[in-house]
Design a protein. Structure first.
Length: 333
């Protein structure tokens, strides 16, 4: 009976900590949103909200000539449904103050509702109705967003299939989301630097490839993005002389990306041609890096003497709260 009670207590503690976001860093969610004013609806294809602990940070909003800066709603009330693994934000009011160009503005929230569901996409839904400063009308911000996972590791890069280089500590961000009956991926290719290449010291800029679809022949999520009109900043400096330093279109030659999953890890292969460069560049992300978030903690990567919090971060003996040790969860007082 004591064991059953202890298990129930631990389960409740874990779910409560998850509902309150205890111990994890800010999580990013991206998706479509709308800003509504009386008689006006402004749709946005992509927007990002942050969720950390009991705080929710909304992005900058633009309405006509008004710009509402990003702001954080603190101490949001929430509850956890253990049967559906859903965090619910019940209808509630709030008030926040922010300083814009030295002037303090009051944000009065008439309503906040939403959910965060631990489903296949980690879906985050939120609707907030509020007044900003002395605006004569309320605004309603709504978003349906999906969790953005960060993967960090080295990056292997080959130029012209001959020269090979490595960039350390790069981070790929991947968002998985539903569209109709399909599952799609958006991948943010990171910015990174390569030293001592045949072209000199290179700086390769970041860009986002959207809408990767499952390709069974290639064994993963794939997109040929040559027709997507994407650009990438590319800089080459050799012996103090800058040869290239501009935004270049990726419309010629091979410009495609493939994401394959290996358990909890990923492998990203990206082939691209900046501008009219005669060399093809291929970057390969090994997919053995650390993944952010409790759901990506792999027990096989842990040893008995190592403890982690709900964000998958190493902890010390003085840490209090839910810990993961040897692939199991414990409540440490």
């Amino acid at each position: 009976m004591k064991k059953i009670f202890a298990l129930l207590f631990l389960t409740t503690a874990v779910l409560t900590a998850t509902a309150q976001g205890a111990g994890h860093a800010a999580m990013k969610f991206s998706g479509k949103s709308t800003i509504e004013a009386p008689g006006v609806t402004i749709p946005l294809e992509t927007d990002t909200v942050m969720y950390s602990g009991s705080d929710i940070t909304l992005p900058e909003m633009r309405y006509n000539n008004f710009v509402i800066p990003s702001f954080t709603i603190h101490n949001v009330e929430m509850s956890m449904d253990m049967s559906t693994m859903t965090v619910t934000f019940p209808d509630q009011q709030f008030m926040e103050k922010i300083t814009v160009e030295g002037v303090q503005k009051t944000i009065t929230g008439a309503s906040l509702t939403g959910t965060y569901t631990h489903d296949a996409f980690n879906t985050f839904r939120l609707t907030v109705k509020f007044m900003y400063g002395a605006m004569p009308m309320p605004l309603t911000y709504s978003i349906t967003a999906y969790y953005i996972k960060d993967y960090k590791d080295k990056l292997d890069v080959s130029i012209g299939d001959i020269y090979n280089y490595t960039a350390a500590n790069v981070t790929y961000s991947v968002r998985t989301y539903p569209e109709g009956d399909n599952t799609l991926l958006d991948v943010q290719v990171p910015s990174y630097e390569l030293s001592g290449t045949l072209l000199g010291n290179l700086t390769i800029g970041s860009y986002i490839v959207k809408g990767l679809k499952m390709d069974t022949e290639k064994g993963g999520y794939y997109r040929d993005y040559a027709a997507d009109e994407l650009t990438m900043h590319f800089k080459a400096e050799k012996d103090g002389v800058v040869g290239m330093d501009d935004d270049y279109a990726m419309t010629q030659g091979d410009n495609n990306i493939l994401v394959t999953y290996e358990g909890k890890n990923i492998k990203v292969t990206n082939a691209f041609h900046p501008g009219k460069m005669p060399f093809q560049i291929v970057s390969t992300f090994p997919g053995v890096g650390e993944v952010a978030g409790i759901q990506q903690v792999n027990s096989s990567q842990m040893t008995v003497d190592k403890c982690y919090n709900l964000a998958g971060q190493r902890t010390t003996g003085s840490y209090k709260g839910i810990i993961i040790k040897g692939g199991k969860k414990y409540y440490q007082r």
